[in-house]
Design a protein around this ligand. Structure first.
Ligand SMILES: C[S@@+](CC[C@H](N)C(=O)[O-])C[C@H]1O[C@@H](n2cnc3c(N)ncnc32)[C@H](O)[C@@H]1O
Length: 253
């Protein structure tokens, strides 16, 4: 089956249920409240199709993206060309990467912190620590797990310009000591009568709150706060019954 991350256009439609302008507004509000430096250069890990790029460029930020998929990077490059904007893209692994010029703000969206072990988790934050200017923020969307990641199943449908994407997302526990699970995203596409089936399978390590605080603290980050569902009126208390798309914000000390 064809890889989902090699098909940016269908990925983009399937994950277009987000309110991107509102999310960028939250990002800029967080920068305004908590960043100790002026944010100019922003970096996205696992940038994929760079959904927030257009809004960020419009606001005058310089966009930097890191991803493993050449197809995703090319798609983002072409989008930036359409806006007549220069962006910086790097085909690197977020686990261990380096940038020549540091950034002022970094973010990872939709739980895209792809690490498979504790070593990789530690390595990611060590790399971020070197790439982010002191006083800058790192925002993580849905990257910290508040419930045990055993077996989960979810599905949704998105239609755009006559293209219908049927998405199935599932996780299956592999090893509870290593906190590893397999994530599968299946996409069935009906593109004006032509059908495609795409799949992405990844082995991942779950990240629970207390170890997140420990690892990021060791890497030189200060925990600024967490909010439920991208809503700055809903700071995370830890007693919520339902936590959905929580964002966590760190500041490089
Ligand atoms: C769920 S998509 C997120 C795309 C985009 N950031 C968004 O918000 O929709 C995850 C992206 O992470 C990339 N990716 C997966 N593992 C990676 C790694 N170890 N280093 C860099 N990118 C990675 C994939 O190629 C894919 O484009």
């Amino acid at each position: 089956m064809t890889s989902l991350y090699a098909n940016p256009k269908y990925y983009e439609i399937a994950f277009s249920y987000r309110d991107i302008p509102q999310e960028v507004q939250v990002m800029t509000e967080l920068i305004c409240r908590y960043s100790l430096i002026q944010a100019k250069r922003v970096l996205e890990f696992g940038c994929g199709n760079s959904p927030h790029m257009e809004e960020l460029l419009r606001l005058g930020y310089t966009y930097v993206g890191i991803d493993l998929s050449p197809e995703m990077l090319e798609y983002s490059r072409q989008k930036a060309e359409m806006f007549d904007c220069h962006i910086e893209l790097h085909q690197q692994n977020m686990v261990d990467f380096s940038l020549d010029t540091p950034v002022d703000f970094a973010y990872t969206m939709l739980g895209s912190l792809y690490v498979q072990s504790t070593e990789e988790l530690v390595s990611h934050f060590a790399s971020v620590s070197k790439a982010l200017n002191p006083g800058g923020l790192y925002l993580l969307d849905w990257c910290v797990d508040f419930t045990w990641l055993g077996d989960t199943d979810d599905s949704w449908v998105v239609e755009q310009d006559g293209i219908v994407t049927y998405v199935q997302h599932s996780t299956r526990l592999i090893n509870f000591l290593e906190q590893t699970f397999e994530e599968t995203i299946d996409l069935a596409v009906d593109d004006h009568g032509t059908t495609h089936r795409l799949r992405q399978t990844s082995i991942r390590r779950a990240i629970y709150p207390q170890e997140f605080f420990l690892v990021t603290g060791e890497a030189g980050f200060e925990y600024i706060g967490g909010w439920n569902n991208w809503n700055l009126h809903e700071p995370l208390q830890g007693t919520e019954e339902l936590v959905e798309r929580p964002i966590m914000v760190l500041r490089r000390a």
